[in-house]
Ligand binder design. Sequence first.
Ligand code: ADP
Length: 643
Amino acid sequence: MTEPDPAAPATAGLFDSPLAQAVSAAGIGLWELDLASGREWWSDTTLALYGLPPGSPAPRREAWREHFVHPDDLARQMATAAESERTGRPYECEFRIRRADTGAVRRLISRSAVTLAASHRVLGITLDVTDRHEAERRAVTAEAQLGHAARQVGFGFGTREPDDEGGEWSPELKRLWGLPADAPTPRRGEIFEHIVPADRERVRQRLYTPIEPGALAEYSFEVRRADDGRCRTLTTRAYTEYDAAGRRGRTYFAVIDTTELLQRERELADLQELQRLAAEAAGLGLWELDLRSGQHRWDERTRALFDLTPGDPPFERHEFLSRLHPDDRARMVEAVAAADARGEPIDIEYRVSRRDGGWRWLRARGRVLAGADGRPWRSVGVCFETTALRQAEAERHARELAENANAAKTEFLSRMSHELRTPLNAVLGFAQLMALDSADPLSSAQRERLQHVQAAGWHLLALVNDVLDLARIESRNAPMQPEAVALGAAVTECIAMTAPRSAEAGVAVHWDSPEAAPHAVWADPVRLRQLLLNLVSNGVKYNRRGGWVRVGARRRGAQAVVSVRDNGLGIARARLPHLFQPFDRAGRENSGIEGTGLGLALVKLLVEQMGGAVEVDSTEGEGSEFRLVLPLPPADGVPRPLE
Ligand code: ADP
């Protein structure tokens, strides 16, 4: 989005138009006043009348009054301006000024010509009348009053007598209607044929409705010019004189061709609307800070970002600062000061307190605009909320930290496990040698103790192996190589491997394979055996003599479910949520049943890395069911990517 350039007059085009050039040639200056801000723009001719170089900014009203207007004329000028503002009548004032270059006193006339309602701007003219003949200046007819200037600018003037019959149009007014300058002044009833049909009735009503004392009639309409047939928009302003007794007198009216002006005004209004919509869509609030008075001007969106409701008064500077996060205040003052001193753009992110107690991140961007004297006088810009962005950034940072910490932990674990295994293997190896050494046999007490050393050693080795495995899988250093694995073969292999243990424990293990069971699953064959072995040996371990473990399989949609059921000890409901966490033994730490608490953590990691999931149902004292949910092999033989 391009920012509107507040330094450009709405009528920039007009200042450069052929009309303006003609006007300039006649020594008539144009000016434009923004009623809302009091800001003014002067054409080069206006600047020249004041002895100022072309292209310089127009002085502010107050500076203008102080430095240019003759002190004796000041009160009258101010009264005239105030009167025109109050009544809405055109402003016209004659006053003396002192030129900036030569210091000479000159007499100027300044007059407002057209009000651009949509942009709250007034366009006017200024001309130097120092050398004009006193008598001419004081002449009483409308034509003479407005004189030479009006003709040059293309303003038409006219009068209408109360009886409707008399009246006088200036030559320029006739030209505006496309009539020859020396044509007779048309009667009121004769002008309608030149007005486009759509506007006729409206103009008729305005024309035949008397203008109240003190009121100003202003309206626009379209005419088809008598000479070239072109359609032009004319804007007329009229007021009627009344005598002391209240009798209606002459009506004076001024007319200007506003075709291009209105077009520009419409475009400007469209543009403003477009910018408003764009700002709204982008959540952009507008702000303005008067650097001299410290006053803020905010639009509704900026106010909403500060939790101000429409009724709340705007913030003073110190209130604004008090709403900022303490850590951001100094930065804000610095940013504005830097922009102020060196004209640097403002771009700052800061926190403001929210009504609900939290902080809201805002980003403000803007720039400093210089006043007529070249010194910075206000900064303007936009602001928008960045809380969500900031949060996302903070989360990403936290995630990165956690990932780094996790990677470091994995790295540490795998190194440690490796370092532990070497001496442990030595311990187990020598223990075995001692047990088997027939040349130097152990006593039966020593043999028993050695068995404890060996059991503890094997337990430690299993633990270290599991930790290493877990770390490798977690860091994805052990990639899965899935393929179609025949389920029946894998299960029976596992059952065979656990047979010595299950026989010892007195637990029967079965493979139930109903007809509809899937023949194969999509899995890494080695890891699948590890999964099944873990679940089956748990079913045996956490069981009673005479108990059973049943392995089964079925389809669930496009997946296979392999279940390992037992009628063993079961798991307390409260333990289930943590069951798959490493080292969690679900309360069986002191049960005498050997284990590390890593088996189920491995199961979960492995099955998930194969694109599957693990589920559990268990009732304490009755038994458990663990289910592996795994993808089925792709029917067409094309491997599916892992999720
Ligand atoms: P480990 O068996 O080495 O302790 P696991 O991770 O395999 O570790 O299991 C964690 C805990 O879950 C076990 O200590 C046990 O309390 C419980 N558990 C696992 N499988 C079963 C089961 N089939 N029946 C009852 N409890 C079980």
